[in-house]
Design a protein around this ligand. Structure first.
Ligand SMILES: [Zn+2]
Length: 321
């Protein structure tokens, strides 16, 4: 660095960098989850309350993804998970597909609601944040069960396998979802709410909250949330779900909270477990196709070698009936 003819010594520059990092790291470490989980959802609620067009949801979500990537850059859980392993382009295509399928579901909700032959019992007069909280708490069980079904029903597992084929966990992983799986999840989790009369605004906010949650669940940020690790379903617990150890990944199916996994006996967390390169991916599957189009079309044609691995999983703990 040259300032007015003065060349600063390298040690000086690196010590400034070290000070900057020391100051920003705790901010990212302790501020990342509250900012995304509370901050972004609060902004979304404020925008809906003030009558903004629905299209703001896309730029706001892109902003959340950008901040998440910046946090991953400065404070990675595993530096190597940030590096493109030939999967980055595919993951961007997956993310766009996921966003479109979620928006599509939200726009279809009024038509589904028209099929409801009675007036809904939904408390539409509650403040929006209370309605969203109720929707999230109710839908969380449905999301967890839909995810569990995706592991246990062979036909659904085919469409969930692309999500598990990721060999590193970082921001985009949560959005690697086949539209068939997204549709199954949205239907199972939202149908009871729609029958109760879930308003479209609240459905949109929940779609946004789900996107934020998927970011947190797969994030490569080395954040700290203390005892909330046992309450919120973040990447600290979700990495156990993505292990490539055969027979070990049928745990932590939850989306927002760990409560249902704890109740069903499928919660697993060990604070001393360190996740390295080679620890994540499809258990027992060799040569799963890596390109986007094969991952989209392939599940309609066959299991692409994933069924053997799923069968070897059958001795695992399952939710109680
Ligand atoms: Zn899964």
């Amino acid at each position: 660095m040259v300032i007015l003819g003065y060349t600063a010594p390298k040690e000086y520059i690196s010590s400034i960098g070290a000070i900057a990092m020391r100051k920003t790291h705790p901010l990212i470490q302790y501020g990342y989850v509250p900012l995304l989980f509370l901050g972004f959802n609060a902004v979304a609620i404020a925008l809906v309350t003030n009558g903004f067009s629905w299209w703001w949801v896309l730029p706001l979500f892109l902003f959340a993804i950008t901040l998440s990537f910046i946090a991953e850059h400065f404070l990675p859980y595993n530096e190597s998970f940030n590096h493109n392993k030939g999967d980055a382009d595919r993951d961007i295509l997956h993310s766009i597909t996921y966003e479109l399928s979620v928006l599509n579901s939200v726009f279809l909700l009024p038509f589904v609601a028209m099929l409801r032959p009675w007036d809904g019992a939904w408390p539409s007069d509650w403040p929006l944040w209370q309605q969203l909280l109720m929707a999230v708490l109710m839908a969380d069980l449905g999301y967890m069960l839909a995810h569990w079904m995706s592991h246990k029903i062979p036909l659904l597992w085919r469409f969930h396998a692309p999500h598990h084929s990721a060999e590193r966990l970082y921001g985009f992983n949560g959005l690697i979802k086949h539209p068939v799986q997204t549709t199954v999840e949205v239907l199972v989790a939202n149908t009871p709410l729609i029958l109760l009369g879930l308003p479209q605004d609240v459905a949109l906010l929940m779609g946004f909250a789900v996107g934020i949650q998927l970011l947190l669940q797969h994030s490569n940020v080395d954040f700290r949330i203390g005892p909330f690790t046992y309450i919120l379903t973040t990447s600290r617990v979700h990495r156990f779900h993505h292990t490539n150890e055969e027979g070990k990944g049928d745990v932590n199916f939850g989306l927002f909270f760990n409560i249902w996994d704890i109740i069903f006996g499928t919660f697993k967390y060990d604070k001393n477990r360190v996740w390295k390169d080679g620890d994540l991916g499809l258990a027992g599957v060799q040569d799963y196709p890596k390109d986007f189009f094969t991952q989209m079309i392939g599940p309609f044609k066959g299991d692409m070698g994933t069924e053997v691995a799923r069968d070897s999983d059958t001795d695992q703990t399952v939710p109680a009936e």
